[in-house]
Design a protein around this ligand. Sequence first.
Ligand code: SF4
Length: 934
Amino acid sequence: MTIEVAINDQLVTAFDGQPIVLAAAAAGIEIPTLCWHPDLSVVGSCRLCAVEVEGMHGPVMACSTATTAGMIIRTETPDLIEERREILEMLLADYDDRGHQGTERAETQFDRWCRHYDVRRPDRSTLTPRFPVDSDPNPFVRVDFNQCILCTCCVRACEEVQGRFVWAVAGRGRATRIIAGADTTMLDARCESCGACAAYCPTGALDDRPGFGLGVPDHVVTTTCAYCGVGCQFDLNVKEDRVLRVTSNPQAPVNGLSLCVKGRYGHEFVHHGDRLTRPRVRQYLLDGSPRSADGSRGPWCEVEWEYALDLVADKFSGIHLGSGSDSLAFCSSAKCSNEENYLVQKLARQVFGTHNVDHCARLCHSSTVSGLTMSFGSGAMTNSMDDVAAHAQALFIIGSNTTEQHPVFGAMLRQAVLQRGIPLIVADPRRIDIAEHARVHLRHQPGTDVALINGLMYLVLEEHGEDRAFIETRCENFETFCNGIAKYDPDYVSRITGVAPELLRQTAEIIASHRPMAVIWAMGITQHTTGVMNVLALANLQMLLGNLGVPGGGVNPLRGQNNVQGACDMGTLPNFFPGYQSVTDPAVKARFAQAWELKDGRGIPIRDQPGLTVTEMIEAASVGRIRGLYILGENPVLTDPDSNHVRRCLQNAEFVVLQEIFPSATSEYADVLLPGTSFAERDGTFTNTERRVQRFRQAIPPIGESRPDWQIIAELARSVLSRQGRRPLGPLAGWDYQSPSEIMEEIAAVTPQYRGVSYVRIERGDRLQWPVTGLNHTGTPILHVDQFPRGKGRFHAVDHLPPHELPDEEFPLLLTTGRVLYHWHGGEMTRRVAGLLEIFGDSLLEISPEDASKHGIQDAEPLLVVSRRGRMQARAIVTPRVGAGIVFGTFHFPGEQNVNNLTIAALDPVSKIPEYKVCAVRLETVANAAFALA
Ligand code: SF4
């Protein structure tokens, strides 16, 4: 209910009961605060926000006093000002920021109020610092408690935003102080280095270490994180064309002030000396000599852009002419923008006439897209992250290490459990961090998800916990589904999964009695030869429970890279034009033919069958079926399964162009290297995991002679078309884009889900989650509210199938793979951030205490891990996070430390996603530690 109050003689509308500080802020009246923040619980300890209210005895705290109708409030009377001056003087008596002397830093909140009330710092030259300056070795957060005023914002931020409990208050009276854990280091207190404590600290006692002493920015640019699909936004602080630091932006729609360690501190790579700054071509291409007989490419030579692009245009045009459209293939990237991905598929389809275009979603969520499309007619996450965190009555996280891979969303889920007390079910073979908060942790065997989910549904049906009304009105094929799971009784499921029948019953009871429940998954579900079946089983579960089309429910696959969702939406897929419009649909083909028509009458592929997937392209390149391969922003040698095989394929490939920001394991096999730009050097949009289209913005000029990726692709297209004497005819056939916003206009014209998306709307603050069906449409935070895109949701009967390769006598351990909090995918960016390497600098292999003892392996010992396909070096972490018989490795480090030397390229038959999550290995200790890790 709204009420009216008077603040400083101004009539203000407020909500009844709203704290005075918020009612004033809404009216543009700022009341000074230090210990208060709208995100944190109220402690009222600094008393700076005291105001006068007529009829109340003495000043009252604006942070904790509720407004009531007719209240008359004064915020700046002479008495209040005097009281504030006294408070600030008292705080300054102990405040000692000599640790900052000689450095230029931005004004803190505390500095600002001291300046505002003209309170000067006392002479402290004779003071002895109360605490060591820079007292914690954390590489990202600089700690100087001489500047602490005991507002406890850090304690509350860690607890209430991050859910991590690193900081605590110790001692009493004058000896009161803030400590990490039980007076240990931050990292020992299980700090995740998210920097929330520093972001909420009003004095600079906790500060960003990497940006410390680098001065004050000359401008800040609001942009979107280039790491994961959560899509956090923040401000890049820039001085003299260098990114100094990242600061939180409270207006960020997804994350507010929260960021994870990569988002807040992982930007150092932008200025790393390894950056590619000029185009390179191989010497043999310059002097016309044949490539060496062993397939190696020889030395690089730096060349001018014009030369490099002419060379690529000549080569691709020649191959196109000589061997046809389908002898070329284009591998795009989920790291790149919507606009760039749109252009890559347009280049492939319009200019070269092939559907051989795909990107790395093939390796992470292609099974999600296939499975959900079969069930509902749409492959996207149905709900929004804030909706799940606020409204779900239960959470079922399966195959997602959410707090490490999607950390800000992980923290939101942790808070949902801690603050709302909702039950959390975690199904994961590893005891991942978020399992600490789970009511039930199901540690099923890797590769047994279908059996587990079927078993839970069997029990829901046994107890009549299904939503009959939803099933009857919204779904089809229910009987076939029921027949399919009739055999999945708890004993049968327990034998397959290793989960006790009693635990299955307990879980089924929770999911049947807490609705809506949100299901959340990631690559633990998708990267299996049964990836599509796993997704179908989860779709069945949510239809069975009626948890679709409602707040707090839904199927919520978390996209890995920042723009996996957008790259799929843009049609960098071999079977879809933009907007998931099938390449086999004649009407769709006719529409694109008209839009992209060239003067010669051609303009889109002759063939109307899907093209090759990423893994198929690389295979085809080794046998000459693909003669020209264009790779944008990806490193398949590191990230595809069975790396040795990928190397052999690329070694044999005739002509490989790589557009990248760093040299990589894949660049060894490239013939031309084109230097693209990082997210800080160009404009565009990313679409996050919840279908939200967001801007990222140029903050600095391109490094060296690197160019924005969209410009490179457009230039290449123009060059090829002019070589071939072909000119645009259709309304959207041209390539003369002046900016990414023009490309977005074209995307909106051909992509139904993006019809109402424009840069103008995003800039004015419209928060657009697709489908956005027109310029007046406000977007769709929850999908499938009234009906599914395919009409009725379809139940599928899916049966458990074992993984392709299980342990045996020769290879007795089951290897599963994934990522860690401190690195990102192939690590091209995070391995170029010193602090991240300091915390996590080697490939690690988690092994259970039982297996370590059986194999005589000590913690931190270097190991050799061997599979049928290759070997990998790693350092052992002996930990109960993994169960007996299972080891876990990561793919963040190249060469001998890459776990993909071991993984298997067995594919899901429908989505063609590889089975990264299960293969068989054996361990060898290294008697001679010559190879030992750094
Ligand atoms: Fe970036 Fe994801 Fe971390 Fe957010 S959670 S800061 S998007 S890596």
